[in-house]
Ligand binder design. Structure first.
Ligand code: NAD
Length: 432
């Protein structure tokens, strides 16, 4: 039986999801991915006609079938027949409302990261998923990169011994501009800012590699409160092709935008295992980028490369021994990629790959669709479900909660809502 999906939100990431869907169909054909079966995007929805048309055109060109277009989400749920699930790629404040409405209507829901606007939003989503028995999945992409799969297998196998600490330092410069030229990303009450919007990826990767986090202490700041709204060709040229069609209603290019989301955080994490992590994020590091992603253990250090770059990870040991890329595979003879990832990359064991960002990005989104559909069709769990989505957001918000409170916070308290000082205003403003 075909699993019918509607894509909701046809902006920058929505277009990338459409590419991912086309990649899934082109790679696996009419019968669908192994263990998953056929998936069809029967509708797309955006409140703006232009972006919805653009995404529908792309899907029609890639698959030969044009999805129906809806400009109103509730109307779509009411009128569209045969729908099994929604893929929610709107800006973050709508994720919980759309996912909850979908599950109440008997549909499965996948949301882009972050899973919800706040931890309260995530708890509401999880309660509805539990009550309705519907699948909630989160389209968290970084961990699905084959190089990150290998890194995880290496750490699990003890290739660098007992894990002591991890560094994840991503200090870059937005050159005084609004991230991705999207005004909602400037706003604290819309889960904007690099610490949350980008940091939730770093959080998920740290948890994926190091295991659950127990507590976090952080200093946070908003250094640049007035930022210029620019087009993506000058703000983030690598992503410009995905954002040209979107409609910005929050301002015009050249406007100065009030940026009240945090733009900088320096955090120290204690993992349940006893290991320590350092997470440093900022887009205000002018003239100098600093990036370091590594895991350090009793037998060596794993050096990570940026997710989706295809560049190989590396293990360095005392005495100068270095093991890199495909040579790392010998350390994990039993490691292999899952069938869907292997189908997309053409092999089930690899230490690096040479693809441009576009190709990699769509393969990873294809994996997300397959994982979601497989869980929904089989009654199983997606790899990144509400527990994993909540944990990643709890670490990102834990950083903000700690910065606000000026003390270390326990992640369990962030998940439960016992610590929520930073998020309370957001919940109030957004009517949760
Ligand atoms: N995984 C990643 O690497 C990645 C990258 C970019 C964005 N994202 C996530 O994807 C989501 C979307 O980000 P984006 O950059 O595409 O933002 P965007 O602003 O470009 O797109 C959001 C789209 O949602 C539409 N929308 C908003 N409210 C709507 C409503 N009520 N009904 C119908 N359509 C509505 C908007 O019109 C817009 O086209 C965010 O949650 C973001 O965090 C993830």
């Amino acid at each position: 039986m075909t699993f019918n999906i509607a894509l909701v939100g046809c902006g920058g990431m929505g277009l990338r999801h459409a590419h991912g869907y086309v990649e899934l169909v082109k790679t696996f054909g009419a019968n669908g991915a192994p263990g998953v079966g056929p998936v069809e995007m029967i509708a797309v929805c955006d409140r703006h006609q232009g972006p919805a048309e653009k995404v529908a055109d792309l899907i029609e060109e890639g698959t030969g079938k044009r999805p129906q277009i809806f400009l109103d989400y509730d109307e779509m749920l009411r009128d569209l027949k045969g729908l099994d699930a929604v893929d929610i790629v709107t800006d973050t404040p709508m994720h919980h409302r759309f996912a909850i409405t979908a599950m109440e209507a008997g549909l499965h829901a996948m949301t882009e990261k972050p899973m919800g606007l706040t931890l309260k939003a995530c708890r509401m989503m999880r309660d509805v998923a539990d009550r309705t028995g519907k699948v909630i999945a989160v389209a968290e992409n970084y961990r699905r990169d084959p190089v990150n799969r290998l890194s995880r297998a290496l750490l699990d196998s003890g290739a660098i011994g007992k894990l002591y600490f991890a560094l994840d330092v991503a200090l870059s410069s937005a050159r005084g501009g609004v991230m991705h030229g999207t005004v909602w990303r400037a706003k604290r009450d819309q889960a904007g800012g690099t610490v949350l919007d980008a940091g939730v990826h770093n959080a998920d990767m740290l948890l994926y590699l190091m295991g659950p986090a127990a507590s976090v202490y952080a200093e946070t700041s908003t250094f640049e409160r007035q930022r210029e709204l620019r087009g993506m060709e000058s703000q983030s040229p690598q992503l410009a092709e995905f954002y040209g069609h979107r409609v910005e209603t929050g301002g015009q290019k050249g406007d100065m935008i009030e940026h009240d989301a945090a733009d900088t955080a320096f955090a120290v994490v204690r993992f349940g295992s006893g290991a320590i992590g350092q997470l440093s994020l900022s887009d205000t590091s002018h003239g100098e980028r600093v990036g370091q992603s590594s895991v350090h253990g009793s037998e060596g250090t794993l050096i990570r490369t940026p997710s989706r770059s295809g560049r190989p990870a590396e293990i360095r040991r005392e005495g100068g021994e270095t093991i890199i890329g495909d040579d790392l595979l010998a350390l994990v003879p039993d490691f292999s990629l899952d069938a869907v990832t292997a189908g997309l990359w053409g092999k089930d064991r690899l230490g690096s790959y040479d693809l441009d960002f576009r190709q990699t990005d769509r393969k990873i989104v294809a994996i997300e669709y397959a994982d979601f559909a497989q869980a929904a069709v089989s009654g199983g769990k997606p790899e990144v479900g509400s527990d994993e989505g909540t944990a990643a957001l709890a670490l990102a918000y834990g950083v903000m909660e700690s910065g606000e409170a000026g003390r270390r916070v326990k992640l369990d308290d962030v998940v439960s809502g016992a610590v929520s000082g930073f998020q309370n205003d957001i919940d109030r403003t957004m009517g949760i």
